[in-house]
Design a protein around this ligand. Structure first.
Ligand code: THU
Length: 132
């Protein structure tokens, strides 16, 4: 898997962040099993709760285009320290990926760590808990 390519996409989408309230830019790149990559940025709102994170923007773009399974998600927030996906995004990634989905948490193309989904959301509540 080409982690550097995913980080490059995430960095590009980070520039598209709409974050006038937090001034915190986040970019994400979501690789689906088809091989397609969907980029996303955070999109804030004057009604703060309506904000959408970069990861979910990318995931929802892919799912709405007919994608079904996530293989990897790269995220770039702060360029000074690693920014992990928020709890809501972890839950949404868990909905569309297996426990071994790769989460690439990056500051740059050369400065990143890779985690398995299960490392950052152990014991996830999923469709199997609902008998689905
Ligand atoms: N944010 C993301 O886009 N992804 C995360 O995983 C963490 C938080 C955004 C949401 C909001 O626009 C800003 O960062 C500050 O919370």
């Amino acid at each position: 898997m080409d982690y550097k390519k995913l980080i490059k996409v995430a960095l590009n989408y980070r520039n598209r962040a709409y974050s006038p309230y937090s001034d915190f830019k986040v970019g994400a790149a979501v690789l689906f099993e088809s091989g397609e990559i969907y980029g996303g940025c955070n999109i804030e709102n004057a009604s703060f709760g309506a904000t959408n994170c970069a990861e979910r923007t990318g995931i929802f773009k892919g799912i709405s285009e007919g994608e079904s399974k996530i293989k990897a998600v790269a995220v770039v927030g702060s360029l000074e320290e690693l920014t992990y996906p928020c709890g809501i995004c972890r839950q949404v990634i868990a909905e569309f990926g297996d426990k071994d989905v790769k989460i690439i948490i990056a500051k740059s193309e050369n400065d990143y760590i890779v985690k398995d989904m299960n490392d950052i959301l152990p014991g996830a509540f999923t469709k199997s808990d609902l008998g689905k």
